[in-house]
Design a protein around this ligand. Structure first.
Ligand code: NAD
Ligand code: MG
Length: 360
């Protein structure tokens, strides 16, 4: 097992445990639990796979559960209320602990519930998708969606620990695994060129779910995310670089109808757009762009933009990004392979050239 530290101020630092067979290691959990009251929040897909194992590890505790329906469409205030209902019905106090067992949806909801209940109870992340293990479980962003916007209601709230057990990825479907790899590749592109090279060599092992390769990729991703978050917890600077490909990607997710592309798939295409735009600014050359396209392809991710979206449609959707200031579209680009820029105010003509010109 590997243990990493997310270093934050005011005693809010916490460990990330990465390895195999961790779900059964009771002491990893119990060292972070303050009272007998434990609520596990999970969903109806994950519960039959992993809930019993967790309950066994917590044999001595009063373990209650909330099993939510599976899907991004349930990441709402309405379903969050089911968590509060259970906490109150079971008379949970401020010393209680909430464990989120699931992908990013469950992690974001569980974290936000823990932040709100009695103004904050202890919270443990057990991420079960690759995306959640390398991205959403680390860094303290929690929340739910609103009908008028994704992740619009939320809080920064850090967990006591993150337990990333590579074994749970065995049951994840191939498409979800690849979607998680998009965020893994992102860390290589924005700040870790050595890791990018490792990924280029080891992609077949990752796709074959080689445990050691997965654990290494999770570890290196979490090291990168932890460093960025440790430097800029509330996203006033370098944390924005984690959004490489995301402004284009969000436009693709929204423009092609939610559910058509997984987030990581849209980020893969979005990063190719960002690479193309970086080339137009003279920061990357053709070989760099081709290398970036190739690594996404090797992870079985799409690199071709959806045919039905027009340049106007993209520009319209990109104009509503959280990074924008005074109506200017801002995106993260690459100054080199392995080095992200801070948000760049894009020149509209150049953006249009990329949107018209990059075809995969
Ligand atoms: P998800 O939570 O919807 O999980 C994807 C699917 O895999 C679901 O159907 C889930 O039930 C299933 N699943 C999960 N673990 C499994 C396992 N071990 N075996 C079999 N099936 C399993 O999606 P996700 O990609 O994990 O997360 C996406 C969410 O994360 C979005 O809501 C996004 O906004 C959020 N997110 C948050 C942050 C953050 O910093 N907080 C960062 C990135 C994404
Ligand atoms: Mg993302």
């Amino acid at each position: 097992m590997k243990e990493l530290q997310v270093a934050l101020n005011n005693d809010r630092s916490y460990p990330i445990y990465i390895g195999s067979g961790l779900l059964a290691q009771a002491d990893l959990l119990t060292r972070h639990i303050r009272s007998k009251q434990v609520l596990v929040v999970t969903n109806e897909t994950i519960a039959p796979l992993y809930l019993a194992k967790l309950q066994t590890a917590l044999g001595d505790y009063q373990v209650e559960t909330v099993i939510l329906p599976d899907g991004e469409q349930y990441k709402t205030l309405q379903y969050l209320e089911k968590v509060f209902d259970q906490l109150l019905a079971k008379k949970f106090s401020r010393n209680a602990t909430l464990i989120a067992l699931g992908g990013g949806v469950i992690g974001d909801m569980g974290g936000f519930a823990a932040a709100c209940y009695q103004r904050g109870i202890a919270f443990i992340q057990i991420p079960t998708t690759l995306l959640a293990q390398v991205d959403s479980s680390v860094g303290g962003k929690t929340g739910v969606n609103h009908p008028l916007g994704k992740n619009m209601i939320g809080a920064f709230y850090q967990p006591q620990c993150v337990i990333a057990d590579a074994d749970v990825l065995d049951t994840l479907d191939d498409r979800q695994l690849s979607a998680g790899l998009a965020e893994v590749i992102k860390y290589g592109l924005i700040r870790d060129p050595g890791f990018l090279e490792w990924l280029e060599t080891n992609m077949p092992k990752l796709l074959a779910r080689d445990k050691d390769a997965l654990a290494y990729a999770i570890e290196r991703s979490c090291v990168n995310k932890a460093e960025v978050v440790g430097e800029d917890e509330f996203e006033s600077g370098v944390r924005a670089t984690l959004n490489l490909g995301h402004t284009f990607g969000h436009a693709i997710e929204t423009g092609s109808g939610y559910g058509h592309y997984l987030h990581g798939e849209a980020v893969a295409i979005g990063t190719c757009f960002a690479a193309d735009l970086s080339r137009r600014l003279g920061w990357l050359n053709d070989a760099d762009v081709n290398r970036i396209i190739a690594v996404f392809k090797a992870a079985n991710l799409p690199v071709t933009p959806p045919k039905e979206m027009t340049t106007e449609h993209y520009v319209d959707l990109m104009a509503v990004d959280k990074k924008n200031i005074d109506g200017k579209i801002r995106v993260i680009l690459l100054e080199a392979v392995g080095k992200a820029s801070l948000p760049v105010n894009v020149d509209l003509a150049q953006l249009q050239a990329t949107l018209n010109g990059y075809a995969g």
